[in-house]
Structures are given as C-alpha cells and as structure tokens.
Write a protein that binds this ligand. Structure first.
Ligand code: PHE
Ligand code: ZN
Length: 881
C-alpha cells in the first residue's frame, strides 16, 4: 500500500534535477488528449551528480520518451503507476515525452478535465502529474510555453498562462494558440482552458502606468453576472498597490468560471479559474452574502499573484505561508471596503465555530503540519484561517508600519523563490527587532490555547492586577505543549465613566510604561500578572479586543458586567462578544433546564439587553443585525462538554421565541424602518439594512402569527433581489406549516430550474429544515434532475448542508449518519477530494453521547471496509485512531 505512506517535513531534500523551461503542446480530445512535453532540465547544484531522474506521473499512458532528441529504449527507463524513472541522465539535457490522457472520464476534477463541455485544469497541489510526467513539486520553478490545439468550431477559445504569442489554423478544422508565461512558476500554477466561452473585458492602469487587459470568461448565458467580480477585481488591484505596494506584472489577467470545481477558486498565474459560485452574481440570483464572498475570493486569488506566485512555498508543509498570509490580506481588504467590525464579527464567529472544532477533533494539526498522507486533506481551516490569525498576531505585535516593512522585505528578498514559513517570520523579526522565536510555536503546536483571566482592582492603591494563565490541550500526536507568545489587545472600561481608562503598565524594573487607552500586551509565560497603575476607577476589563489571538479566553464576567460592556465597550467587536457571552450564559441555564426536564425560564436581563439594542439602533445596521443574531447551534455545541443536539435546539428556539414575544413591536418597527426602495446595490449600507430587516423578520416568524406570515409571503412574492427572496423562502420553508412551505418551494424551484447556482440554494433551504422528514427529502432530492454527485457544488448544497442540520443529521435512528456514509463511499470512487471533505461531521463522534458515538463509529467502520482512496483512508484512520 505504497500510496498510503506518509510524507514527512523532516525528509525534505531539494529536487535532484530542476526544470528551467517547459514547453507543452496539448492536442485536445475528450478521450485521447495528447500532451507533448519538452523539459529543459539541469542537475540541482545542491544535489550530487549521477542521481536518477524521477518524474511524477499519475494515470498517464506513455507514448514516447527521448533525451536530447534520442528516443530511449525500453530498458533505459521505467514507468509505473506513479512515476517515470530514468537511471542515467546528463548534467543538463532536454527531455521529450508524449502521453495520452482522458479528460472525459476524469471525475476527480484534478488535472485536465471537462466541465459542461469545456476543458479546464486544476493542478494544485498535485494535479499536474495527471497531465504529464514532471517534477511536480512547488520548489521547481520554470518558465512555460504552451500550445493548445483544438477543434475550431467547438473550442473557439484556447487559453493558458501568460500572454498569447502566436495563433493559427491547422488541418481538420483545428486551430491553435501558443501562450508564453515569462515568470518562472511551479507546475501547480499551470492552467489551460478551452471552450465555447464569451468574455467581458475591462482595463486597469497600474501605479507605474502599465495597461492591463482584464477578462472574465463565462458561458454565454452568464454574461450578465460578471459586473461585480470585475469591479471587485479592480478594487483589489488598487488596494494591493496602495496597501502593500504590490503591482500586477503581466499584460493580461483572466478569470474563467467553471461549474465543476472542487474548491472556491485557483490562483493560476494570469489565468485564475473560479468555481462559478465564487464569481457569478446577479441581484436576482445571488444573495448579499454571495456578493461579498465573490468580492473576497476574487481579491484572494488576485492577491496570490504576489503572496503565493511571485514568492511561493518550498514544499506543501509550507502551505500556510501563502494561504494564511493571503487570507489575512483578503480579510483586511474586505474590512476596508465594507464594514470593518461586521467583517471581523463574521470571520470570528465562523472561526470559533469551525476552526475550534477542527482543532479539538481527531484531525487537529498545526498550521505547519509535519507529516501527511494526502496533501489535499490539508486545505483546512487551520492552514487557511488559523494561519491568517497567526499573521494577524504578527501585525498586532509589530504594528502596521513595521509589518508592512517586513512584508516589503519578504517580497524583495524572496521574489522568484520557493521559501519556508520561517523566512517570512524572519523578515518580520528583522525589521522590528522583535524576538519571534517563541512565536514560531504557533506554527508547530496544534490545538486552541485556553486562557484564564482574573482581574482585581485595589481601591487603595489604584492598581489593577490582571492575572493570565495559558494552556493548550493535548492533540493527536502532541501531548506536551509549551506556552505561546500571545498578543492580547485590551482596554479597561471605567464602571463610573463608561470610558476607556489610560493603561499604565508596571514593568519588572519598578518603572512603568504608558500605553494609551487601547493596547496590546504580550503574554509569554504559562502564568503572568500584569499590573496597571493609577487606574482612577474600578474597571471592567475588555479583553482580546478584535479577537487579537485565536484562543479561548475565559473571564468570570457577571451578567451585569456583560450588559455593561454590551453598551459601553469602545471596541465594536467586543461589544458584540459581550452580547454573545451574555446570551451563552442564558442558553447554558436553558440547556440544563431542558436536560433536567425543568420548566424553562427566560433571563429577563437578556430581554432587557436586547430591548436596549432595539431602542437605540445606532447607525450601523449590519452591526446591530449581528448583535441581534443568536449564536448558532454549532457554536453553542462547541461550548458544551458533551453535545446534546436536542437540548441545544430547544434552548435556542426558546430564546428566539421569548425574545420575539416580548419585543414583537420593536422587531416590527425595525422591519418596517429598514425597507428600501432603491435599486439593488451590494453596498455596505444596503446590505446592513437587508440583514437587519431579515433578522427582525426571522424573530417575527418564530411566532408565525398572521401578520408575520403576511409580511414574509409578501416579501417572498414581491422582492426583486435574492437576499430578500431567499430569507423569506427560508422562513416559509422552515416553518411548521406545510401549506406555507410547499407552495413556496415549488414556485421557486420551477422559476429557477434553469439556473444551477439558484438550484443549489433551493436544495440547501430544504435540507436545513428542522422538521423530521428531512432525511427522506435528501434521498428524494438526490434523484432530482438538477442534482449530480459529480458536481461538488451540488454535493455541498445538498449533502454538506444536510450534515450541518444538527437535529436531523444526528437523529437517533442513525439514518443521518448512514446517509452521509453512503455518499462518502460513492464519492470515494468519483471524487476522493470531495469525499474526504464531506466526511468531516462523522469524524467528530467523540463530542457526542454514547449512543450517537456508537452509531457514528459504526458508519466510519463501514467506510473503512471499502477500498479507499488515500484521501478518505487518511481521514478515517485519524478519526478512528
Ligand atoms: N489555492 C486555492 C486558493 O486558496 C485553493 C485551491 C486548492 C483550489 C486546491 C483548488 C485546489 O485560493
Ligand atoms: Zn488561497
């Protein structure tokens, strides 16, 4: 079982041979595409002479191989299922190979495949080896010249990286285009697209005056869905110049939308390939959330041109070098062009729900893992989102100016190279003079650190003592953890004045340093006490402002203190967080009541806190909408030692309905005040209003009286944008009244049957219903003509969404688990990468009660009994270890 072997970071060696230039010719055919590769190779200066040449190759039919024009005899090379080995090669030589591949039967969507008749590629991380024999690793960087040959009629558009340099007609109604990419790149950034596509064009003039042609290529029916992506691209290009001094470096930048794509999008040099869900928008078909997602992903892929492409990763253990930094960059971009506090609230609530769960589960791994079986399994929330939080901590520790200088140094020093995470951190240390050795532990240690905080105010001396202790729980393969270097941004809010007090921090030498009213302190020890002097009044501490570190911070706040912070904290994020903590206290009581069979009583302090929010709506509707949104069931579950799905659902519903009953008029007023007749625009103001209005409507529909139903039905029928239509449809479809749900679902399904991205939403809405008939509905919808297991978006929309339906997925008859396992088994054959992703909820069995644990493990065992791909094998083995 050689493919099940692990790869270790400690075993890294430079490649024996490197490629300086790569020439490719594709002769496209659905079942027999011919790929000719001419590689200009030379021995790596750090490796010894005489080593064999070993190239990666997966599922390739080799037709020819020659060195410096001399065809090789059968005994001069060896080709097996994963590689081509040539024992004796010169120091510097030209290798020609020709292989045949079958894009049509490629359901894994890695390498060259077909989507809706068009050809496209996905090469990260190890897809290029499914196209041709190559040293398929990111530290081999070559210039590329690519000729694409295809049928003139059905494939009028032939694209690859870089600039088109030649095109022409060929016999048999075929034509060709040759592309040249002058920037040396690893094979994972290679891309090819061929199809009957149409384009929308625009231009961008860079800060140094270079004219760049911008193109978005789509299927003809989607030409009216590209405006927002194009506008987002231009904003991102300008922002990266202004914020990071990064300028685009080719004459054209292309984006292509494809329907079948495993991930969101891919940053191939000059030719980004996007999941259509991550690029297409139209007010009538995409929600505000989708508009914002598109903006963020377009920016993310564009930003990779520097953080990933110009400077890339030495090996895949360094994946977070490009992903963590780029996610941090796209988060800051979105914050800058939208509402910054809302962006942070959204990112953190997602992070604390999903990444914390990953970090606490059997697949927990460090931001830089030290081994893997299948690298595709490591495109995780830890690598991406925790990686971004680690970069954000560097920003906190250095301050923006030094951080920017560190970033400049990094790009200047390593341009055109494949480097490691410590190279990045070393630049940050060098420009700031800060010792970041201890900080490097963030990359090596898995698990979410837990920080306990205690504060004490001494009226006599005016001193405030903040005692912090940290510990990181054991994770698989890592039992001992060392203290981390944690930046804690904080303020002390005066209980009398309601204002931030000046922070004067005592130092060890008996002196003190005045830090201002909002500052970052450095926690480095397992236990450390910070003494603040001359604190004029008793404070409530506002800790970890803006979520300055990816930790769980506990502080024994009373409900009164939380209510105080909810209205007085100067940090918008922490005001929201105080509300979440207050709600969690109430929920904890209700969950306990439910479990003990005691009558549930609503916490009046929570009602009053919500009332005060509604009475003084402020001017950021989006922030208010977030403040009025209850923690999700998944987030609540994260806080429980043993997850009781039914108690959580019941408690949360109880809070929702109690608030709705007691604040009904206020919610009605908010709903009415935030109607908007302007034409749709995805501006932060409009998005905030719609969000607030729809949060209010959801509360009202939790009572479902005639007025609420009337408003919801009217919104469903009359609204011209998908945000409002979907919000209303969801409320109707999730109500207990099938006479409301069914007609609305039917009308919507018929209206949008032609639009796959809208049908995805239709699937999701139905399978996230709390009603118990959902499992049957999922099985039924899997037979729907708009559904296909071969399309990852459909799998996510139906199966992935169902597995997030906590009460139904975790049904005690085990049918939810069985359904997911059935799909995993089938997808294991079709698309292992997607199979290994959707299995995740089953791997979290340890969090549940005995009965469910047994059921979940049984399904994992059933999967283990199959002939598994390395992807699913690794996930199951970790889950059952
Ligand atoms: N590198 C892509 C991104 O972050 C993600 C991706 C990974 C896409 C693997 C496809 C395959 O933006
Ligand atoms: Zn990325």
């Amino acid at each position: 079982m050689s493919e099940m072997q692990a790869t270790y970071l400690k075993d890294y060696l430079p490649p024996a041979y490197r490629v300086t230039h790569t020439e490719l010719t594709f002769d496209l055919d659905p079942t027999a595409t011919r790929v000719k590769a001419r590689l200009h190779l030379e021995r790596h200066p750090e490796r010894e002479a005489g080593l064999p040449l070993v190239l990666d190759g997966e599922g390739l039919t080799l037709k020819q191989v020659a060195i410096d024009g001399q065809p090789l005899e059968a005994d001069e090379f060896e080709a097996d299922a994963h590689s081509l080995t040539i024992a004796r090669v010169p120091e510097r030589f030209r290798l020609d190979t020709e292989v045949e591949i079958a894009p049509d039967t490629n359901t894994a969507l890695e390498g060259l495949y077909r989507s809706n008749g068009m050809y496209c590629t996905q090469c990260e991380p190890e897809g290029f080896r499914r196209i041709t024999f190559y040293p398929d690793r990111p530290d081999v960087m070559a210039t590329f010249s690519t000729t694409v040959i295809g049928d003139r009629e059905s494939l009028p558009v032939l694209l690859s990286n870089g600039n088109p340099v030649e095109q022409g007609e060929l016999p048999d109604q075929r034509h060709f285009v040759t592309w040249e990419d002058p920037h040396p790149k690893p094979s994972y950034l290679f891309a090819l697209v061929a199809g009957s596509l149409e384009k929308v064009e625009d231009h961008f003039t860079t800060q140094s005056g270079r004219e760049v042609l911008l193109q978005i290529w789509v299927e003809p029916e989607n030409l009216d869905k590209t405006d927002h992506a194009m506008a987002s691209l231009k904003r991102a290009m300008r922002w990266d110049e202004e914020t990071y001094g990064r300028e685009y470096d080719l004459d054209r930048f292309m984006i292509v939308a494809v329907n079948d794509f495993n991930m969101g999008a891919m940053e191939n040099k000059g030719l980004n390939i996007f999941n259509s869900a991550a690029v297409l928008t139209h007010p009538q078909t995409a929600t505000d959330a989708a508009f914002q997602r598109v903006e963020g992903i377009v920016a993310h892929e564009y930003f990779h041109n520097w953080s990933g492409n110009r400077v890339t990763c030495r090996d895949w253990f360094q994946l977070s070098l490009k992903e963590g930094f780029t996610v941090f960059r796209d988060q800051t971009f979105s914050a800058d062009v939208n509402s910054a506090p809302v962006k942070r609230i959204e990112d953190v609530s997602f992070f604390r729900t999903a990444q914390f769960a990953e970090d606490a589960g059997p697949t927990a791994h460090p931001v830089r893992p030290d081994h893997y079986i299948e690298i595709s399994n490591f495109y995780t929330l830890t690598i991406y989102e925790k990686g971004a939080e680690v970069v954000r901590m560097l920003r906190h520790l250095l301050g923006w100016e030094d951080f920017r200088r560190g970033s400049d140094l990094y790009f200047a020093r390593f341009d055109g190279q494949a480097v490691r995470i410590e190279d990045f951190v070393a630049c940050m240390a060098e420009v700031s003079g800060l010792d970041l050795d201890q900080f490097m532990r963030w990359y090596a240690q898995a698990g979410t650190p837990e920080i306990d905080a205690h504060g004490e105010y001494d009226y006599a001396t005016g001193e405030y003592h903040l005692r912090l202790s940290q510990r990181t729980p054991a994770t698989p393969g890592q039992s001992e953890k060392l203290p981390l270097h944690v930046p804690i941004r904080l303020g002390l809010v005066g209980t009398k004045s309601g204002h931030d007090l000046t922070l004067k921090l005592a130092d060890a030498a008996g002196g003190s340093e005045t830090l201002g009213k909002d500052a970052v302190i450095h926690l480095r020890e397992a236990e450390q006490t910070f003494v603040f002097q001359d604190v004029e009044e008793a404070p409530v501490p506002s800790l970890l402002r803006g979520f300055s570190a990816p930790v769980k911070l506990r502080y024994p706040y009373s409900r009164e203190e939380l209510a105080f912070l909810l209205t007085h904290d100067s940090d918008g994020f922490n005001r929201w967080d105080a509300g979440q903590r207050l709600t969690m206290l109430a929920l904890d009581d209700l969950i306990a009541a439910h479990r003990n069979g005691v009558e549930k009583v609503m916490d009046v302090r929570l009602v009053e806190a919500y009332r005060s929010l509604l009475d003084e709506p402020g001017d950021d509707q989006a922030v208010l909408a977030e403040m009025l949104t209850l923690p999700s069931e998944a987030y609540i579950a994260e806080q429980q030692p043993v997850v009781d799905v039914d108690a959580i659902h019941a408690a949360r519903e109880f809070v929702r309905q109690s608030l709705a009953w007691q604040l009904r008029d206020a919610f009605l007023a908010v709903y009415r005040d935030n109607q908007n007749d302007e034409p749709y625009a995805p501006t932060p103001e409009q998005i905030g209003r719609r969000k607030l209005k729809n949060v209010a409507l959801a509360y009202l529909m939790s009572i479902a009286d005639d007025e609420a139903i009337g408003l919801t039905q009217a919104q469903f029928k009359n609204s011209g944008n998908m945000t409002d239509v979907r919000a209303a449809l969801t409320l109707l479809a999730h109500s207990d009244r099938s006479d409301l749900a069914e007609p609305a679902l039917k009308a919507f399904g018929e209206q949008w049957a032609h639009d796959p991205l809208v049908m995805d939403q239709w699937f999701t809405i139905q399978v996230t219903r709390p009603q118990p008939d959902v499992i049957e509905r999922v099985r039924f919808l899997m037979e729907h003509p708009a559904f296909s297991l071969k399309n990852p978006n459909k799998v996510r929309a139906l199966i992935g969404a169902f597995a997030q339906n906590r009460v139904n997925f975790h049904r005690l008859d085990g049918q939810g688990y069985k359904l997911l396992a059935d799909v995993v088994i089938e997808l294991n054959r079709l698309n292992p990468e997607i199979a290994a992703r959707i299995i995740t909820p089953l791997t979290r069995w340890q969090r549940f009660d005995e009965e469910r644990q047994v059921l979940m493990k049984a399904e994992l065992e059933r999967i283990r009994g199959e002939k598994l791909s390395p992807n699913v094998y690794e996930m199951v083995e970790r889950a059952l270890a």
